[in-house]
Design a protein around this ligand. Structure first.
Ligand code: CA
Length: 223
């Protein structure tokens, strides 16, 4: 199901008609209010969102979509009459997956929609579960018993690498190469520092990361 939020009736109707002819289910909304109330009831697989709406601003709506855990992952393509870089950048920074400047051809719109849907399907990776720990790479989150962990980018990358290769022993050099890529001539001690802080954040699951004396670290299996 694709939702198309566009106040100009002729454009909205043409989009909905074209989507349906291309095999998509589609519903059009002339304003933010009708769209948001439908969003409460049923989630679409993609949203086409106009920026200039009579009752709200598409960029503000997009921000709200991205803030809510329920709607965060829905791909959004912004439809904009304004081609200025400013609007494009604001739209992308607020989390749009793509934007298309009016006037646009229907073939182009359909191919953009298919590309965004393909991309978001690829991002969906099944969460990794080890004991009480759940790592969701597509959402970039890790949690213990549903409690979200506040990890830094490097800690998260480290946790993913170890968890995806449970029982495999990584030397400090291997971890440096994979996570840091020797980007700042990092010392192997950096690995120990990050492991220590990661274990602390894992709390009761801290011992999932085991030290293999004289070699490095591994994520213990059978937890
Ligand atoms: Ca408009």
């Amino acid at each position: 199901m694709i939702y198309c939020v566009e106040d100009e009736a002729s454009i909205r109707e043409l989009i909905v008609y074209t989507l349906k002819k291309s095999g998509f289910d589609a519903v059009g909304f002339p304003d933010a209010e009708s769209f948001l109330s439908m969003l409460q009831k049923q989630l679409p697989s993609l949203i086409l969102l106009d920026i200039m709406l009579p009752d709200d601003d598409g960029i503000e709506i997009l921000k709200r979509i991205r803030l809510s855990a329920r709607t965060r992952e829905i791909p959004v393509i912004m439809l904009t009459a304004k081609g200025s870089e400013y609007n494009i950048i604001v739209g992308l920074d607020s989390g749009a997956d793509d934007y298309i400047t009016k006037p646009f051809g229907m073939m182009e719109l359909i191919s953009r929609i298919k590309a965004v849907l393909r991309r978001s399907a690829k991002d969906e990776v099944a969460p990794i579960r080890i004991g009480k720990l759940t790592i969701d790479k597509s959402r970039h989150t890790a949690a213990i018993d549903e409690e979200r962990l506040a990890l830094t980018h490097k800690e998260f990358a480290l946790l993913c690498l170890l968890a995806e290769n449970a029982e495999k022993v990584f030397t400090r050099d291997m971890l440096l190469q994979s996570i840091w890529g020797y980007e700042h001539m990092t010392e192997t001690r950096t690995v120990d520092v990050h492991i220590r802080s990661l274990r602390a954040k894992l709390g009761s699951c801290g011992d999932y990361i085991q030290t293999v004396r004289g070699v490095g670290y591994k994520m213990g299996g059978n937890l």
